[in-house]
Design a protein. Structure first.
Length: 313
């Protein structure tokens, strides 16, 4: 039995010819440990392994954020899978924003595989009682964190809605939000992550919190998608939460073999319903989102064509 090898992949590849017992090892770059996106990476890794009978395995790597994930494409090969918003990939390819002066030809090779749960904004205040609109932040000490999408987006919203000078921004890392809230060092925090976000669940269970809602007018001003978090997601929540979200996608590059991209994409969708049974955030992912995730990897595109899903033009 012949074994074929492709430069850039770690381990043997599953080829169209069907090499029995071959194993493909991939690296999945997600987010900081302890975040919802890192947990998703672990769930996805387990699901892919189960769907392919161990033929594809993924090692989940911690990341400091989506910018790092995209930047690492420059030194990675066909075994690299990472997450991020399509707009950030577009910025890398255009050499704008955080990628200004840092362009690289490899950015042009980035291709989408499948959507994952959206980044959902959470504005969290201590206590179950009280106002649940964004102006409830006035006069409060709020932790934004540093360097993350949630921190940047949160600061943008505070400025957009005239709240920047009406709050005190705490100087601490978001990973300390739960303890800081319990100790009374802060009144609330801002975080972005698919619901249910682990740090919000922890705070709600131990301290009691309320997650604030944005009005439809405010959501329109942000330019982001509207996201409705159902009433039963967080303990003590009185009703549905209306907030904003940003599409997030699992990407690879054209260095990944087409058959691997096909099998990986197929494995994801075959396991999505099962993952949603134990982790509700996967229920928010559907094939309707595929048309908006950007240029597809040829292997992924082949799978979507087979199952009749509309793809990006």
């Amino acid at each position: 039995m012949k074994h074929w090898h492709c430069a850039g992949l770690v381990g043997a590849m599953i080829l169209a010819a069907g090499v029995a017992g071959a194993e493909t090892r991939l690296t999945y770059k997600s987010a900081k440990t302890g975040t919802s996106y890192y947990q998703m990476g672990v769930e996805l890794s387990e699901a892919v392994k189960a769907a392919t009978d161990g033929d594809i395995t993924m090692t989940v790597e911690e990341s400091q954020g989506s910018v790092q994930n995209v930047m690492e494409v420059r030194g990675r090969g066909g075994d690299y899978v990472f997450t991020g918003p399509p707009s950030l990939v577009g910025a890398a390819q255009a050499g704008t924003g955080p990628f200004e002066g840092k362009g690289n030809p490899k950015f042009e090779n980035i291709r989408a595989l499948f959507p994952i749960p959206s980044l959902t904004m959470h504005f969290v205040l201590a206590g179950n009682e009280g106002a649940t609109t964004l102006d409830a932040l006035e006069g409060k000490k709020i932790l934004l964190g540093k360097g993350s999408f949630g921190a940047t987006e949160g600061a943008k919203y505070l400025d957009l809605f005239g709240l920047t000078d009406k709050i005190t921004v705490a100087d601490a890392e978001l990973s300390n939000a739960g303890d800081a809230l319990t100790n009374g060092q802060i009144d609330g925090f801002v975080t972005a992550g698919s619901y249910p976000a682990p740090n919000v669940v922890e705070a709600a269970a131990s301290e009691g919190v309320r997650v604030l809602s944005l009005s439809d007018e405010q959501i329109a001003q942000t330019g982001r998608d509207k996201v409705v978090i159902p009433v039963d997601v967080y303990p003590g929540q009185a009703g549905d939460i209306t907030t904003t979200g940003l599409t997030v996608v699992a990407f690879a590059s054209t260095e990944m073999d087409d058959d691997i991209a096909y099998e990986l994409t197929k494995a994801f969708w075959s396991q999505r319903d099962r993952m949603a049974e134990t982790a509700p955030w996967w229920a928010g992912v559907n094939t309707d989102q595929v048309a908006g995730i950007g240029a597809l990897h040829p292997g992924a595109a082949r799978y979507y064509e087979e199952i009749g899903v509309a793809t990006p033009q």
